[in-house]
Design a protein around this ligand. Structure first.
Ligand code: 5GP
Length: 139
């Protein structure tokens, strides 16, 4: 896979972005097509295309920075009433830019944002079976 993404240029300062936070490992900037006003993306500076390529400690840091930004979205003029985190890992999950990024999405009543899903009601035995399978695959 071509490792180039527009986020690499943004991190390098070769493409414009509206920065919210930066340190040695992480950059956060405004999404250019926000689903609600104040929508922020948090990215590692290393070009990891997917979660499997990302050091788990850095993944944890993305969440930590996201947590701080969530508080800022509530405390800033964005005046968020709630916040959603969203991360698309893989084409099937809706990933379009292949550089891991955490969406931090401020919520306001009636903002129109939502996830479509059809929850089911599996038997406990089915939940236990899949839990065991997932436990077995944990590394
Ligand atoms: P994904 O669908 O991969 O989870 O989300 C990619 C996100 O990157 C989208 O929300 C899209 O608006 C955002 N995006 C794509 N290109 C750019 C860009 O050049 N600048 C910024 N700030 N965001 C971008």
């Amino acid at each position: 896979m071509n490792p180039y993404t527009i986020f690499a240029d943004i991190i390098a300062g070769a493409a414009p972005s509206s920065k919210v936070y930066e340190d040695d490992e992480v950059l956060a900037f405004m999404d250019i097509r926000p689903v609600t006003p104040g929508h922020v993306l948090v990215v590692p500076k290393v070009p990891a295309p997917s979660l499997a390529d990302l050091d788990p400690a850095l993944g944890g840091k993305l969440f930590q920075v996201g947590q701080r930004i969530a508080a800022a979205l509530r405390g800033s003029e964005v005046a968020a009433d709630g916040v959603n985190f969203f991360l698309a890992d893989g084409v099937t999950a809706g990933q379009e830019v292949f550089h891991v990024h955490l969406h931090v999405i401020p919520r306001r009543p009636g903002d129109g944002f939502g996830l479509r899903a059809r929850p089911t009601s599996p038997a406990r035995a089915d939940l236990d079976y899949l839990a065991g399978s997932i436990r077995g695959a944990l590394t």
